[in-house]
Design a protein around this ligand. Sequence first.
Ligand code: TPP
Ligand code: SF4
Ligand code: MG
Length: 293
Amino acid sequence: MGRPTPLPTIPRSRRFSLPPVMKGTACEGCGALPAADLLADLLGPKMAVICPASCAATFSLSYTNASWAVPFVHWIFESAPAAATGLRHAYDARGMRDVQVVCFAGDSGTLDIGFQALSGAASRNENILYICYDNEVAMNTQGQATSSSPARALTPTTPGGVPTLKKDAPRIMAAHGVPYVATAAVSHLADYRAKLKRAARVRGFRYLHVLSPCPIAWGYPHNQTIEVTRAAVETGMWMLYEITDGRMKITYRPKRRRPVREYLALQRRFAHLSRREAQSLQKRVDESWRATP
Ligand SMILES: Cc1ncc(C[n+]2csc(CCOP(=O)(O)OP(=O)(O)O)c2C)c(N)n1
Ligand code: SF4
Ligand SMILES: [Mg+2]
């Protein structure tokens, strides 16, 4: 085997850079961008990224241009964790154990079509970091509902509202017994940053689930992504926590939870909800907080 090729050294500020030709390929206010940007800033340049078909794959690459200034693989929709497993073992075989192998995937690529490969890699405790940026729809193909879409949200495939509950991905992943699982939100970047740093220090399978809204699918003005994400956290709709070796810890507890209806009111996808339906969502949120240590 020949000498390993060293990874290029790239200045911090250029690790996730959008060259001018690509600026238009992610929409203004896309929640996936800060999720990617902070990841690249913290873990680059000793990182290789596998990204299955998704909006992120689309805005990361266009002919002759790449946004990630690190090795980046645009992979097929259904098996990013299998590709990451192979890449991890290849780096290890070359003695390049310090390279982080990271999957950056959407919610459908993670929890629908990609779930089999994800669960397999987690069960084997592969030494990879998996980040699911969650915009709660399959947005690259026009916003179909996914198993991560929240109950009652309007999507093109659920014109009467999603009839099922959002899949509880982080806890399902924790049930695999992996060493580190955490949730994050693009409104709470210090919290996300701390979790990325912790995840980077752990060996074995690590899973981060980042709430990353899409202004188009959720139906709010492009400049309100942070406000909408913050409302998800402050109303308790989205909980920030981490599970280390099976122990759960809330990392941000709103002092006084805002009413869920304030979050719903910010988005067109919930505009059809009756008062009773909003109250029932509130009840579910209250119950999940009561059941949380
Ligand atoms: C086997 C297969 N089926 C369907 C597709 C079409 N496809 C590409 S991206 C995508 C949706 C991705 O959704 P998600 O993972 O949530 O990422 P997002 O687009 O929301 O960023 C679909 C259905 C595909 N590329 N491959
Ligand atoms: S459609 Fe939504 S998720 Fe996709 S790039 Fe635009 S803002 Fe981001
Ligand atoms: Mg999605």
